[in-house]
Design a protein around this ligand. Structure first.
Ligand SMILES: Cc1cc2nc3c(=O)[nH]c(=O)nc-3n(C[C@H](O)[C@H](O)[C@H](O)COP(=O)(O)OP(=O)(O)OC[C@H]3O[C@@H](n4cnc5c(N)ncnc54)[C@H](O)[C@@H]3O)c2cc1C
Length: 378
């Protein structure tokens, strides 16, 4: 049996896993990333907002990420076809397709000697009390590490092995996404539409040729529109919803729509002994908060600092994770609560405007700078 020893084993090569691996690799740690897929994942967010941009800036990565990214600074919101508010992002936010973003960070890892084991499945984690003693892989290999990070997504095997309870709650709508050719109106402005029937749609460019379109709708409507009725019914519904993107109707009619599983998830603890959870393994919030990725970058930064500061001392690591990392659960809880509150009001304009929090939407868990960046229209 092949046994490998390293300082830090990270399960999952998504944004969280790759970014943490990069930071630890830069600080001289021997890092092994175990990824079940053949490459970095493709599905995830497109937005990096202020907290995430600040983290990238602190590590000299902004220009690398910005190079092929789009920068936007306004989102216009509509209800029942009429504009209701505009939200301004004073520093702007970046749009870069998830796979590209993760690949930028993954490529930077190569220079730091980080090992990636693709097509590698975790079979089980061997525990010694509260400590992960080693990871056994499905192909018989064994990985021994001082620290183990579960950055392995919403169904995290590491979280399950650590025995952490999780609470998932579903939303009153399903979500579909399509990537379509870019039209002039989508290139002009990010627009987010809601209506009284509980539908919503978000359209934005992801590069100079393509746009991403999300459609959220009640489960019964989803069955009808995407199951039986087809494109004419979808276009009919969108014509009353997506009122300022009429040039997109033709591309929406022939789009290929994928269902996106969405649910809020809270986990009872983020660490045990020498192991911790990161990113979607630790929390999930409504995608319309647009902050999941930015928080994950910040969490990875905190974890890297703690792991380096503990310098292999297991008791110190445990204590530092308790005091320095567990408090992130409260921050995430606030974001999850916000996403839940917001998603319950999509059908009702006054409730939506009341629930909308520019501080969380624009600044996340960084300090707001105390000015008004939301203009209510009409
Ligand atoms: C469609 C969609 C839209 C989103 N929109 C937004 C948004 O607008 N704004 C925002 O900020 N956030 C959004 N998010 C959330 C954002 O993508 C996540 O916060 C971010 O991807 C977290 O990264 P991660 O590294 O934790 O997880 P992931 O990218 O999910 O990576 C987990 C990795 O672990 C691997 N893995 C899983 N199990 C195992 C195993 N047992 N062994 C080995 N490897 C394993 C997986 O293959 C995967 O590569 C969205 C997510 C989705 C899916």
């Amino acid at each position: 049996m092949a046994v490998t020893s390293c300082d830090v084993a990270i399960v999952g090569a998504g944004l969280g896993g790759c970014f943490l691996a990069l930071l630890l690799g830069r600080s001289g740690r021997h890092v092994v990333v175990v990824e079940q897929g053949p490459s970095v994942p493709t599905a995830g967010a497109d937005f990096v907002k202020r907290p995430g941009m600040q983290v990238l800036a602190r590590h000299g990565l902004v220009s690398l990420v910005e190079r092929h990214a789009l920068k936007r600074d306004i989102v216009r919101y509509y209800h029942d076809g009429e504009p209701i508010q505009e939200c301004t992002y004073p520093d702007g936010f970046l749009i870069r397709p998830y796979r590209e973003l993760v690949e930028v960070i993954y490529s930077s890892c190569a220079m730091q000697g980080v090992e990636f084991w693709f097509d590698s499945q975790i079979d089980h984690l061997a525990m010694d009390g509260d400590r992960v003693e080693h990871l056994s892989l499905a192909d018989g290999r064994e990985l021994r590490a001082n620290v183990v990070i579960g950055a392995d997504g919403t169904r995290s095997a590491v979280r399950q092995a650590l025995g952490f309870d999780k609470e998932s709650t579903s939303y009153p709508h399903l979500l579909r996404v399509a990537t379509v050719p870019l039209t002039a109106s989508v290139a002009q402005l990010n627009r987010l539409y809601f209506n009284s029937d509980g539908w919503f749609s978000y359209l934005y460019p992801i590069n100079h040729d393509q746009a991403r379109v999300f459609v959220g709708l009640p489960a019964d409507d989803d069955r009808e529109v995407f199951g039986t009725a087809g494109a004419p019914t979808l276009l009919n519904a969108l014509s009353g919803l997506v009122t300022d993107n009429a040039d997109a109707y033709t591309v929406l009619g022939s789009a290929s729509w994928q269902a996106i599983p969405i649910a809020a998830m809270r986990v009872a603890a983020y660490h045990k002994g020498n192991a911790a959870l990161l990113g979607s393994a630790a929390f999930a919030c409504h995608p319309m908060t647009g902050m999941g990725m930015s928080y994950t970058l910040h969490d990875a930064e905190i974890l890297a600092e703690i792991i380096c500061a503990a310098e292999g001392d297991q008791d110190l690591l445990d204590k530092m994770l308790e005091t320095g990392y567990e408090p992130r659960r409260r921050r995430h809880g606030e974001l999850i609560d916000y996403g839940d509150a917001l998603s319950g009001t999509f059908h009702d304009k006054p409730s939506y405007l009341r629930a909308f929090r520019q501080d969380l939407h624009v600044f996340g868990d960084t300090e707001p700078i105390g000015e008004e960046f939301v203009k209510v229209m009409g």
